[in-house]
Design a protein around this ligand. Structure first.
Ligand code: B1M
Length: 212
């Protein structure tokens, strides 16, 4: 069994100790931290999501696996620290998961990778009301606002934010990138977002394009 499938299996068993041990082993063998996150942990969560939809696993199990993932992401964070001496700051990104939605692992991963690529990240957290986001835009003047949504029921909040930004006269001061598992390029176009990305590294590419 290779390192990544070992991590994935341990996470799917919600075994905190075994998952951490498998991550340590992988790091010891110089498996890139990015692969540990994407192909180990995120892949395990994805699979659990499938089992959850099939009612093979239940919410508390999903929650525990998500907790373990979040802990390990914190552990790995230093591996993604931008080298300030080498990287020119590319811009400020205000990031959040929309109101009604507590899924924050993907959003945090996007933040980590963008930070490592030289973006200044202000993470407003999860379940953030659009009213709060508008206040933060006025206060922080970000170049980009990134909105994550993992539920089809919370995707409309992305559209609502764009409308509110227009009403507040802020729309042309920011670029808006939307993402999250149920979100698509079509949806982004439909609601008038500036950008869309499927994953964390895609978000860096998209942001670079938008800021020219
Ligand atoms: Co929830 N959940 N969940 N959940 N959960 C999903 C999303 C679901 C697909 C599972 C399923 O049924 N198969 C389903 C949504 C169905 C739908 O609407 N389409 C679902 C459901 C139904 C629910 C509840 C309603 C369950 C219930 O209560 N009955 C509930 C909702 C709570 C709420 O938000 N109000 C709920 C709760 C939870 C937990 C709290 C237990 C936990 C989240 C814990 C946490 O985040 N701290 C959880 C989890 C873990 C999942 C799954 C299994 C995994 C999500 C994840 O973290 N993936 C998920 C299954 C799935 O997505 N297939 C599921 C790993 C992460 C790295 O990937 O978040 O996709 P992801 O992020 C990616 C990309 O999407 C993208 O880049 C990231 C990195 O590659 N991306 C962006 C994300 N944001 C971006 C922003 C960008 C750009 C790219 O620009 C700004």
């Amino acid at each position: 069994q290779d390192h990544l499938s070992k991590i994935m299996a341990a996470l799917m068993d919600q075994d905190r100790a075994a998952t951490n041990a498998a991550v340590d082993e992988a790091l010891g063998d110089e498996v890139p931290p990015m692969d540990i996150l994407n192909e180990g942990l995120a892949a395990g969560l994805q699979e659990l999501g499938v089992l959850f939809a099939e009612e093979e696993v239940y919410l508390p199990e999903l929650l525990l696996a998500a907790e373990i993932t979040t802990e390990i992401m914190k552990r790995l964070q230093s591996e993604f620290q931008a080298d300030e001496t080498k990287i020119k700051k590319r811009g400020t990104v205000l990031l959040a998961t929309v109101e009604g939605d507590v899924h924050d692992i993907g959003k945090s991963l996007v933040g980590m990778i963008m930070n490592a690529s030289g973006y200044n990240i202000i993470d407003a957290g999860k379940d953030v009301p659009n009213k709060k986001m508008i206040e933060l835009v006025k206060e922080i003047h970000p170049d980009i606002v990134g909105l994550s949504s993992l539920l089809s029921t919370t995707m409309p909040a992305q559209q609502e934010f764009i409308e509110m930004a227009k009403e507040a006269g802020l729309r042309d001061q920011i670029k808006i990138i939307v993402g999250g598992a149920p979100v698509s390029r079509d949806w982004a176009n439909k609601i008038g977002a500036d950008g869309y990305a499927e994953d964390a590294s895609g978000t860096v590419v998209e942001a670079d394009l938008l800021l020219g």
